[in-house]
Design a binder for this molecule. Structure first.
Ligand SMILES: Nc1ncnc2c1ncn2[C@@H]1O[C@H](COP(=O)(O)OP(=O)(O)OP(=O)(O)O)[C@@H](O)[C@H]1O
Ligand SMILES: [Mg+2]
Length: 433
């Protein structure tokens, strides 16, 4: 009997431990907001305990270029400043954030400082370094920039020691099992890069989950005590790279659906999942972060600030997010929407089509995964409207963003990959040619 009870306790614990994945943990973002790692479900993730100012900090440059290279394939780097290696971490979270974004232009997610070894080790690193759970990759971390590669199912598939070899151009000095990112910002070491490439390939293709999923969603508004059923039992999935035209008569629920998809509002019942995370499960801080990182919204009335220049309008979301030096990003987005050279103008010096393009550049400034546009051509003549729609279609393809456009325009419907027709708060038809 006793034996059975002990087995019940320990066997259950062993099963639970074996079932644990990196997605079961939550860290804090560098802004101090809760960051559930479930947001990376299905991706290939590299966790790196980064240093802040000393040591081989040009590794940030190499990590950023690795991230840029593979991110469209479902790969993400998560930078986690550790607090265990003496003089390597002199900064506060705010200082580290400033340092990374202004000096090394880091765009991969950065978390708040944690302990990666010792008594107060954070649970994620306890999981990553646990030898019983991860015999191949476990063991105490020796230094900053140790890297753990996580497969789409959330299990550890490789660990790379932070060896930095010199000179980086000599492949023979590369040790198997290590990624040597360069010192002094030099070119990535071909051998090391190859190892990472092999490891990412070995991780298998990311399980690309829909960027947006609505599961049996209903939304009621109360007007004078009477419920208005704006959406009723609606389910849909939208993938990255998909350009969706949402059509239907006035009052059928298009704006309501976009507001739920953008986490501006919440369903009365059912679930709205953005990148696998339910919007109703998040607190205010996490919601702000989600909107800031994942969502771009474009309105019919542009909503530009008239006292700010075009550059300043486009840069605003990044400035509000505390990012420094957003000018380069703004210049690039303005080039995407073919407004190069107009950055110093004020909105009143632009045509309607140009104003809408500024609004699109602003919605794209933080590289959102999903772009939501509520009648973006409603205030434009047909020809200008078509230019905007064509532009949205091109950007959706090039940036691998999912775009949903609520529209009354037949042109939009003909340009879209997916036509979704709503009627009385329900999906009437979906056409994916
Ligand atoms: N805040 C609100 N309070 C009460 N009822 C609302 C609210 N917002 C929308 N509704 C109602 O919900 C239904 C769906 O409205 P919604 O704005 O989503 O429609 P729509 O398809 O965007 O229409 P349009 O093409 O005119 O923009 C309508 O019956 C509308 O009156
Ligand atoms: Mg509407």
């Amino acid at each position: 009997m006793m034996k059975a009870v002990i087995c019940l306790l320990f066997c259950a614990a062993a099963v639970m431990a074996a079932d644990k994945t990196a997605y079961d943990f939550t860290l804090n973002s560098i802004d101090g907001q809760p960051a559930p790692l479930a947001a990376y479900k299905g991706k290939v993730v590299l966790f790196v305990n980064v240093a802040s100012r000393c040591g081989f900090t040009p590794q940030y440059t190499a990590l950023e270029s690795t991230y840029e290279k593979y991110k469209s394939g479902g790969f993400v780097i998560v930078g986690i400043p550790a607090n265990n290696f003496g003089a390597q971490e002199p900064g506060s979270n705010q200082e580290i954030k400033t340092f990374c974004s202004s000096k090394y232009h880091v765009t991969f997610p950065m978390m708040a400082k944690v302990s990666v070894k010792g008594e107060d080790i954070t649970p994620l690193y306890q999981f990553l370094t646990d030898k019983a759970m991860n015999p191949q990759t476990g063991g105490e971390i020796q230094w900053n920039f140790t890297k753990f590669l996580i497969g789409p199912d959330g299990h550890v598939i490789a660990r790379f020691e932070p060896e930095v070899r010199w000179p980086p151009s000599n492949p023979e000095r590369n040790t198997p099992g290590s990624i040597c990112l360069p010192v002094n910002g030099r070119e990535n070491h071909a051998g090391c890069d190859r190892q990472l490439q092999l490891a990412i390939d070995a991780a298998g293709p990311p399980i690309l989950m829909p960027i947006l999923s609505l599961q049996d969603v209903s939304k009621d508004y109360l007007t004078d005590g009477q419920p208005v059923h704006a959406l009723s039992g609606l389910s849909l999935n939208i993938e990255r790279g998909e350009f969706v035209a949402l059509v239907g008569r006035s009052g059928c629920g298009k704006s309501t659906l976009l507001n739920l998809a953008g986490a501006m509002d919440f369903p009365t019942s059912g679930k709205v999942l953005l990148d696998g995370v339910s919007t109703s499960s998040l607190n205010d801080g996490s919601l702000t972060l989600l909107r800031r990182e994942k969502i771009g919204f474009i309105f019919q009335s542009f909503q530009l600030l008239h006292t700010l220049t075009v550059f300043e309008n486009v840069e605003l979301p990044l400035l509000l997010a505390g990012k420094h030096n957003p000018r380069e990003a703004a210049r690039e987005r303005l080039a995407w929407v073919e407004l190069d050279g107009l950055g110093d103008r004020y909105p009143h010096q632009l045509s309607g089509g140009q104003m809408q393009r500024v609004a699109i550049a602003r919605a794209l400034i933080h590289s959102p995964s999903i772009l939501l546009a509520d009648e973006p051509t409603g205030n434009l003549d047909t020809t200008t409207g078509n230019v905007i729609l064509e532009l949205l279609r091109r950007l959706t393809r090039e940036q691998n963003t999912a775009t949903i456009v609520a529209t009354h325009s037949l042109e939009a419907a003909s340009l879209a990959n997916t036509l979704m027709r709503l009627r009385d708060g329900k999906i009437e038809e979906v056409i994916r040619p």
